[in-house]
Design a protein around this ligand. Structure first.
Ligand SMILES: [Fe+2]
Ligand SMILES: [Fe+2]
Length: 285
């Protein structure tokens, strides 16, 4: 990997601090600059992104590369407008399961629900809007020294798949969705190797282990993004803390689907290394 200046700008996440004309949304989107290159990682739901990007000085029209963490709408629903606004064709990196028809089925406020929560555009729509698709289950290099992980093996016994996620098959039947498309970004900057997650449905610990195995590194500078620790118990927080320490993570900036309980836990246990994720924040790696 090449060491170049890396800057992450948070374009979309679930909270926003004291700021001018920026909006929060249930979703996630990062603008990643590495040297002269810029990559968009996720697009949010497609409202806050287009409000926030101009105020943060990011011109989506010039974009050439987008990576999608997984197919859920809060990460992908803005993709079509991103493609339409771009002046050139855009390389889009994702796992092939990103196009599966993803649903949440379960109880909401005591009532049974069946909600479509996937990418609302078929691949033909994205191609017609200028997408050049790079679908892979393996590591892919987006720009020199910046990778997307591909499918993340679920190796430990405590980051178990969450209930309620399903894929609707073409015949109309449902099967459970382990969300194999969930992947993260790996980037080497001046301060070391850092990881940027989408929802981390594979689990933060599985994600770090997978990247450590691939890169051979035993330490990470930063871990930034969603952790899907919302509604999880303290044991899961403690396991995650153990892994952050194992890999000597110097900066932990969780947000999006992390949840207040986990944010409070890490704020208390990672003093000096914890920063809550907010729209407009920047991180120099
Ligand atoms: Fe999410
Ligand atoms: Fe998700």
């Amino acid at each position: 990997m090449a060491t170049e200046k890396v800057r992450i700008t948070v374009l979309v996440t679930n909270s926003v601090g004291l700021s001018f004309m920026l909006f929060a949304e249930h979703g996630l989107s990062f603008w990643i600059e590495k040297g002269e290159n810029a990559v968009l990682f996720d697009t949010g739901q497609g409202r806050a992104l287009f409000e926030n990007a101009p105020f943060l000085g990011k011109d989506l029209r010039l974009l050439k590369k987008v990576a999608l963490s997984h197919g859920h709408f809060d990460h992908t629903r803005g993709i079509k407008t991103v493609l339409e606004q771009a002046e050139n064709n855009v390389e889009v990196y994702a796992h092939p399961a990103v196009f599966e028809h993803k649903y949440f089925r379960g109880l909401r406020k005591g009532q049974p629900v069946e909600l479509f929560i996937g990418l609302p555009f078929p691949r033909e729509d994205l191609k017609n809007a200028g997408a050049q698709l790079h679908l892979s289950t393996s590591f892919q290099e987006l720009v020199h020294g910046l990778y997307i992980t591909g499918e993340i093996p679920r190796r430990n016994d405590f980051e178990v798949p969450e209930e309620g996620f399903y894929v609707k098959e073409p015949g109309g039947s449902f099967r459970e969705d382990s969300i194999p498309d969930d992947q993260a970004i790996v980037v080497e900057g001046e301060k070391g190797i850092s990881v940027i997650t989408g929802c981390a449905h594979a689990g933060v610990c599985n994600t770090l282990d997978h990247i450590a195995n691939f890169t051979g590194t035993r330490s990470f500078y930063a871990l930034i993004g969603g952790t899907h620790l919302v509604k999880k118990d303290i044991k899961r927080f403690e396991h995650t803390l153990e892994w952050l320490k194992k890999y000597n993570v110097q900066l932990f900036a969780p947000g999006h689907c992390t949840g207040w309980d986990a944010l409070a836990f890490f704020s208390e246990h990672l003093e000096g290394k914890f920063v809550p994720l907010e729209v407009g924040a920047t991180f120099d790696l």
